[in-house]
Design a protein around this ligand. Structure first.
Ligand SMILES: NC(=O)C1=CN([C@@H]2O[C@H](COP(=O)(O)OP(=O)(O)OC[C@H]3O[C@@H](n4cnc5c(N)ncnc54)[C@H](OP(=O)(O)O)[C@@H]3O)[C@@H](O)[C@H]2O)C=CC1
Ligand SMILES: CC(C)(CO)C(=O)C(=O)O
Length: 304
């Protein structure tokens, strides 16, 4: 069934970026932002700018929402439980769901609540989004990679693929989506956490003589070992490619978790080292760098 109407839950960097591209290609009636009623009352009417222009997409409270063809989740990890409640009125019998959160656990949470039959596994990457003070800027819109879980009903991936084509969002359907999301988790575990703890940037974390670089690679290598223990064949080549990718980014830029430190917002530490530590314990794998990063991030958060 062709997807015509989309709701985005999470009017932040990723949601605004993809929402803007959808609205440019399909018009503002094709997409809406939905917020829980309390958040809507607090900030629903706030002006939001995208690359210097007011965002033309409407925002509605959950109490006014009705089922849509596709829900795109773009909250951060700590907001996921609330967002699952917020999206309830958006989910009808034929609604499909795509979660663009980093980490490897959000789809499990979505599927526990709404079922695997309508849910795909996905990530978004490659953008240079900076969202500070209600203003999003980006020059690279990035892309979405997604694929079917074992329980995803036939046709769901194809419908979303067709929609993203029409919506002008760069995307690819992955045969082995678990490999893709674990490779991305490995990257986030290294770069997001290291830049958060050291106040670093893509430039400083890639300096081969520095302590940040040693933290980056050590944390990624632990994530790689845990991925393999989980049956996902993430390789040293994948690790090297991810580090090379970081070298192509603006040296002054920083990952989302480093922006969380500046904005003093709850971080996704549970989704990153929290996940690695929990799974490492199950498999008897030692992950000292992730334990250290976890403790540092929690201490920084506790001081806010
Ligand atoms: N930023 C980036 O460049 C990238 C981010 N990602 C991942 O994408 C995800 C989203 O990140 P990002 O866009 O940066 O996050 P942001 O914090 O910029 O945006 C999340 C938004 O969700 C809102 N929100 C939280 N709970 C609800 C709810 N119940 N209903 C409606 N809105 C809600 C938040 O509102 P409030 O501020 O009021 O809490 C916030 O506006 C994360 O998992 C991140 O790791 C992936 C690739 C790149
Ligand atoms: C890959 C990276 C570091 C930038 O897109 C990211 O996922 C993030 O900032 O959370």
């Amino acid at each position: 069934m062709a997807i015509e109407k989309v709701a985005i839950v999470g009017r932040g960097a990723v949601g605004l970026l993809h929402g803007t591209v959808i609205a440019e290609h399909l018009g503002c009636d094709a997409v809406e932002f939905v917020m829980d009623d309390e958040r809507f009352a607090r900030k629903g009417a706030d002006a939001v700018m995208v690359n210097g222009s007011p965002c033309p997409i409407r925002t509605i409270p959950a109490s006014a929402a009705t089922p849509v063809d596709l829900v795109i989740l773009t909250v951060k990890g700590p907001g996921l439980a609330g967002a699952l409640d917020t999206m309830e009125p958006l989910v009808g019998p034929d609604t499909k769901i795509m979660s663009l959160l980093n980490g490897v656990m959000s789809e499990e949470r979505v599927a526990e609540r709404y079922g695997w039959q309508r849910t795909v596994i996905s990530i978004t990457q490659g953008m240079d989004a900076v969202f500070i003070g209600g203003e999003l800027t980006f020059s690279h819109p990035g892309e979405i990679r997604f694929g079917a879980a074992p329980g995803t009903e036939p046709g769901v991936v194809e419908d979303i693929d067709g929609f993203l084509d029409r919506a002008g969002i760069v995307h690819a359907v992955e045969e082995d989506i678990r490999h893709r999301i674990w490779t991305k988790l490995m990257l986030n575990v290294g770069v997001n956490q290291t830049c958060m703890v050291y106040g670093g940037t893509y430039g400083s974390v890639c300096d081969e003589d520095g302590e940040q670089y040693r933290s980056l690679v050590a944390a990624m290598r632990e994530a790689r070992v845990v991925a393999r223990a989980e049956g996902v064949a993430v390789t040293e080549d994948d690790l090297t490619q991810m580090v090379e990718l970081l070298r192509t980014l603006d040296p002054e830029g920083m990952p989302s978790m480093a922006q969380d430190r500046i904005n003093r917002k709850p971080t996704e530490v549970e989704e990153f080292s929290g996940t690695i530590i929990r799974l490492a314990e199950r498999h008897g794998v030692l992950v000292p760098q992730n334990r250290w990063l976890y403790a540092q991030i929690r201490a920084i958060e506790a001081a806010w």
